[in-house]
Design a protein around this ligand. Structure first.
Ligand code: UDP
Length: 473
C-alpha cells in the first residue's frame, strides 16, 4: 500500500501534443489524490502548441514539469523513418538522461509511470526499487492488440493485412484487413519491430493505466482480466481504466472571438467541425474534394485548414509535426475557385489551428469530421458530438473501426482515406447522414449516453475514480 502522504509519482511523456496532454492531465488527477507529481517531458519545444501547453501547465504550480531535450538520433535512424520509429528510438535513447534526472530529484520517487513509447524506460524503476506502470492514453482495443502482438508475430505467417478473416485479438471485434494499424502493417519495417518491442515490454509493468472506462469498453476490459485468454503472453498486468482523461481547455495562442460570435448565431447542433488533429494534413486533391463535398451538402461547417502536403510521407498519410505552418499563405489557392465566397454564409475556415475543446463544447456543433486521434474522440464524446471517422495514420484506423462498429457513434467512408481519394458525393452523403439523417440522430443519442457514462465514471464512487484509488493501493 502506497502511503499517499509520501507518494511521489514520476511520469514520463513522449513528444507530441497527443501524447503530452493526457500525461499532464493524469498528473493533475494524481495530484488531487495527494501525490507529489514530477512530469518529465521529452520535447524540443519546436511546436508552438506543445510549448504553450507546457508553459500554461507549469504556471498552475500543481506538478513539477521537467523538459528533457531530445537526444540526437540522426546517426542511428533512417532519415525516412516513420514517426512511430522516431519516437520509439528517441525515448529509448533518452533512458540515460532520464535515469540521471530521477537520481537528481530532491525527493525520491515511489512510483514510475511511462507512456506507451516510454516502455524501454520501465527498468529504471528497478534501479530505484519502486513499482512501474504504463499509461496507455488510448483505448482497450489498442492495449489488447499491443499485448497480443507477440502471439500474432508467431502465429501469423504473412502480413496482417492479408488475413482475409481479420485478426483475432482477445476481447475485440476481429480487426479487419483494412483496419490493421499502420505501425504493424509491414513486418519488415522498423516501426513494426518497435511496436513488437513495446508489446514485449508492457508485461514487465506492475499495471496498465488506460484512458478508457469500464462502461465504454466492458467486454474488452473483462477479456484483459481473463488470464485464460492470454496463453502465450508472459503476463497481462493489472488494468486500471481511468478515463476519460481529457484536457479541459485547448492550447491556442490566437484570439478566436470572431469564431465564437459566428457559432453563437448558428442553430443548435447544426455545425460540422472538421479537423485532422495536431499534425494531419490532406493531399491537394483530397482537399478539393472535401471542399466540394461540404459545398454540395449545404450544411454549416468550421474547417481547420492546413496547406496540403506536397509529398506522401511513409506514415501512410500526410503528416507534419506541430503547427508551424503559416496556413494563411495561399490558403484560398488550395481550395476550389470561389469556394470561400460561395460558402461564406454557411462555413468558416480557420487556418491551421482552432480551439477544438471549446468548439466541440459549443451547443451549435452537431458533428465532428475527425482524423480519429484518441484525444479528439474523447473530446467529442465528452461533448456528446457524433463523428465522421476519417483516419489518416498511426492507430487511427482501429479507432475509426471502434467508433463505427462497436460504439456506433460514427459514419465511415467506404473509400479508405489512406488509400484513395474520398469523392465529393460520398462526402456529401456522409455529412447528410450525420447531420440530418435518422442514423445520425441515433448516433447523437448514443454519444450522449456515452458522455454521461464518462461523467459518471469520474463521480465519487464512479468506475474510473475507483480504479485510480485502487491504483494507489
Ligand atoms: N487540437 C486543437 N486544435 C487543433 C487541432 C488539434 O486544440 O486545431 C488538439 C485537440 O483538441 C487534441 C489534440 O490537439 O487535444 C490532438 O490529439 P489527438 O490525439 O486527437 O490527435 P494527434 O494530433 O495526436 O494525432
Amino acid at each position: 500500500m502506497v502511503d499517499s502522504s509520501k507518494a511521489h509519482a514520476v511520469l514520463l511523456s513522449s513528444p507530441g501534443l497527443g501524447h503530452l496532454t493526457p500525461v499532464l492531465e493524469l498528473g493533475k488527477r494524481l495530484r488531487t489524490l495527494n501525490f507529489k507529481v514530477t512530469i518529465f517531458v521529452v520535447s524540443s519545444r519546436t511546436s508552438a502548441a506543445e510549448s504553450q501547453v507546457i508553459e500554461s501547465f507549469t504556471s498552475l504550480n500543481l506538478c513539477e514539469v521537467i523538459v528533457l531535450p531530445p537526444p540526437d538520433i540522426s546517426h542511428i535512424i533512417d532519415p525516412d523513418a516513420t514517426v512511430v520509429t522516431r519516437i520509439a528510438v528517441l525515448m529509448r535513447e533518452t533512458r540515460p538522461a532520464f535515469s540521471s534526472a530521477i537520481s537528481a530529484l530532491s525527493s525520491p520517487p515511489t512510483v514510475l509511470i511511462v507512456d506507451l513509447f516510454g516502455t524501454d524506460n520501465l527498468e529504471i524503476a528497478d534501479e530505484f526499487k519502486i513499482p512501474k506502470f504504463v499509461y496507455i492514453a488510448t483505448h482497450a482495443w489498442f492495449v489488447a492488440l499491443t499485448l497480443y502482438l507477440p502471439v500474432l508475430h508467431e502465429s501469423v505467417k504473412g502480413e496482417y493485412g492479408d488475413e482475409k478473416n481479420g485478426l483475432f485479438i482477445p476481447g475485440c471485434m476481429p480487426l479487419q484487413p483494412e483496419d490493421v494499424i499502420d505501425p504493424i502493417s509491414c513486418r519488415s519495417d522498423q516501426q513494426y519491430l518497435e511496436s513488437l518491442n513495446i508489446g514485449i515490454k508492457i508485461p514487465m509493468a506492475d499495471g496498465i493505466l488506460v484512458n478508457t472506462w469500464e462502461e465504454l469498453q466492458p467486454a474488452t476490459l473483462a477479456a484483459l482480466r481473463d488470464h485464460k485468454l492470454w496463453s502465450g503472453i508472459s503476463k497481462v498486468p493489472m488494468i486500471f481504466p481511468v478515463g476519460p482523461i481529457v484536457t479541459p481547455t485547448s492550447p491556442t495562442d490566437s484570439n478566436k472571438t470572431e469564431l465564437f460570435e459566428w457559432l453563437e448565431k448558428q442553430p443548435i447542433e447544426s455545425v460540422l467541425y472538421i479537423s485532422f488533429g495536431s499534425g494531419g494534413v490532406l493531399s491537394n486533391e483530397q482537399m478539393i474534394e472535401l471542399a466540394y463535398g461540404l459545398e454540395l451538402s449545404q450544411h454549416r461547417f468550421i474547417w481547420v485548414v492546413r496547406p496540403p502536403a506536397e509529398k506522401k510521407s511513409r506514415d501512410g498519410s500526410f503528416f507534419t509535426v506541430g503547427n508551424s505552418i503559416n496556413a494563411n499563405e495561399g490558403l484560398a489557392s488550395n481550395l476550389p475557385e470561389g469556394f470561400l465566397d460561395r460558402t461564406k454564409n454557411v462555413g468558416l475556415i480557420v487556418s491551421d489551428w482552432a480551439p477544438q475543446v471549446e468548439i466541440l463544447r459549443h451547443q451549435s456543433v452537431g458533428g465532428f469530421l475527425s482524423h480519429c486521434g484518441w484525444n479528439s474522440i474523447l473530446e467529442s464524446i465528452a461533448n456528446g458530438v457524433a463523428l465522421i471517422a476519417w483516419p489518416l495514420y498511426a492507430e487511427q484506423k482501429m479507432n475509426g473501426a471502434l467508433l463505427a462498429e462497436e460504439l456506433r457513434i460514427a459514419v465511415r467512408p467506404k473509400t479508405l482515406p489512406w488509400k484513395g481519394i474520398v469523392g465529393r458525393e460520398e462526402i456529401k452523403m456522409m455529412v447528410e447522414t450525420l447531420m440530418a439523417g435518422e442514423e445520425g440522430h441515433a448516433m447523437r443519442g448514443r454519444v450522449k449516453e456515452l458522455k454521461s457514462s464518462g461523467e459518471s465514471a469520474w463521480n465519487h464512487n464512479g468506475s474510473s475514480a475507483k480504479a485510480l484509488a485502487q491504483f494507489m493501493c
